[in-house]
Design a protein around this ligand. Structure first.
Ligand SMILES: CC(C)(COP(=O)(O)OP(=O)(O)OC[C@H]1O[C@@H](n2cnc3c(N)ncnc32)[C@H](O)[C@@H]1OP(=O)(O)O)[C@@H](O)C(=O)NCCC(=O)NCCS
Length: 379
């Protein structure tokens, strides 16, 4: 490590902001064949976690060089079945080590230091999400740090097309008040894995654009739920940071160019033109997707179209993304583009205390609840 000792300390916005942004810019994440995804944090490298109840960012310094960074957030969630299976969990994200300093134990040390901060703050389990094919990240967390594979939710991304989506007139929609949305989520989703006990804070956050329910026209939304219904909420991630595709697959490029051309040449042709993902763009994140009854899938699809049209009207929102449990049947009704989506995001988990170690063995054996709550504050 040369003649400097590695120092790991908390992020100081005055000293570190520009250097962390520069490091994040230089670190690419994502498999080359799908196109590398760059994040522009708009001058605030901590923006991805600052809406969480408790958070921290650590930086690694070697002499004057800022060589690594990691972020973490803490919250209370459902891990198995309520009311007693609530646990404090720590989410690890944004681990980056400067390319020239890799394979010197810096990534490992940053995770260990963040785990220590978690433990001091009463966290029972640390968890992280990675692409299945990110070998460096997988080997670091699973082989070296003892994390175990936990769940494999699907990330579904749909580009916002140049046209509004057609919405079926057989369904009605309602935007819920925050209190109504909170009580509905507590009633129907509180047993869902990773359901955050401070759901009210998410719904009240200014980035939360609202919660909508859909049901069949002719029925009404009131004291009892309609025979079939669905709900979802929308988070404006683009207000926090922008995304940009660095090096997309040639098929992606060709499809984008040809669909834009088609639209110009044959405007009545119904092929949706795909936006230009090579310029920084914002996106909406759909969370809390839930439905009941035989029409729930169709209702979710219709709600997604409603969100698409909201995105279409906004200035720079070019995609709508969501993440749902791998075995959630509703995922089949969520419009998405395969090339931009990830069918198996890999969530890994580790117990930080002895008592939690035994519980974790049980949790891993238990099949996942069908739905999984993915917190928009951790996107
Ligand atoms: C993943 C990353 C943070 C690792 O940082 P690092 O400082 O190089 O990791 P370490 O030196 O602490 O490696 C510890 C162990 O992880 C594993 N590992 C790390 N990089 C690896 C690689 N490229 N290939 C295979 N195994 C790797 C090895 O087991 C290694 O131990 P070893 O060197 O004794 O074999 C770094 O490669 C990076 O910034 N990648 C780009 C961003 C990213 O993918 N972040 C993770 C998102 S979850």
């Amino acid at each position: 490590m040369g003649h400097y000792d590695l120092v790991i300390r908390s992020y100081n916005p005055h000293k570190d902001r520009a250097r962390v942004e520069d490091l994040q810019r230089r670190c690419e994440v994502g498999p080359a064949e799908r196109g590398l995804l760059f994040t522009d944090t708009l001058g605030d490298p901590i923006c991805r976690i600052k809406n969480s109840p408790v958070y921290n960012m650590l930086v690694a310094e070697l002499g004057n060089h800022l060589v690594g960074v990691i972020q973490g957030s803490i919250k209370l969630v459902t891990v198995h079945k309520p009311p007693k299976d609530l646990a404090w969990v720590g989410y690890i994200l944004g681990l980056r080590v400067a390319p020239l300093y890799r394979r010197r134990g810096i990534g490992w040390k940053l995770v260990i230091k963040l785990e220590e901060w978690f433990s001091v703050n009463g966290v029972g389990y640390a968890y992280m999400a990675t692409e299945k094919d990110n070998e460096a990240s997988f080997k670091l967390f699973v082989d070296k740090l003892g994390y175990v594979k936990f769940r494999t939710p699907a990330i579904l991304v749909n580009p916002v097309s140049h046209r509004m989506s057609k919405i079926s007139s057989s369904f009605e929609f309602e935007k819920l008040k925050v209190e109504e949305a909170e009580s509905l989520y507590r009633k129907f989703m509180s047993s869902t894995e990773f359901f955050p006990s401070d759901i009210g804070n998410i719904l009240k956050n200014e980035l939360s654009l609202g919660t909508w329910v859909a049901y069949r026209r002719g029925e009404s939304w009131g004291a009892t739920c309609p025979s079939s219904w669905a709900m979802l909420s929308v988070w404006n991630s683009g207000e926090l940071f922008k995304l940009r595709l660095g090096n997309a697959a040639s098929s992606c490029l060709m499809y984008t160019k040809s669909s834009q051309l088609m639209e110009k040449v044959l405007p009545c042709f119904k092929l949706p033109a795909i936006p230009d993902f090579w310029q920084p763009f914002g996106f909406y994140f759909v969370y809390g997707v839930y439905g009941e009854g035989p029409l729930s899938g169709k209702l979710v699809r219709t709600l997604c179209r409603l969100v698409h049209n909201m995105a279409w009207k906004s200035k720079d929102c070019k995609a709508v993304a969501t993440e749902v449990g791998g075995s959630d049947t509703l995922r089949h009704y969520i419009p998405h583009w395969k090339l931009l989506s990830c069918p198996e995001d890999l969530w890994c988990i580790k117990a930080l205390k002895n008592k939690e170690r035994n519980n974790l063995l049980e949790m891993i054996k238990t099949p996942p609840t069908i739905s999984l709550f993915v917190d928009p504050r951790e996107v």
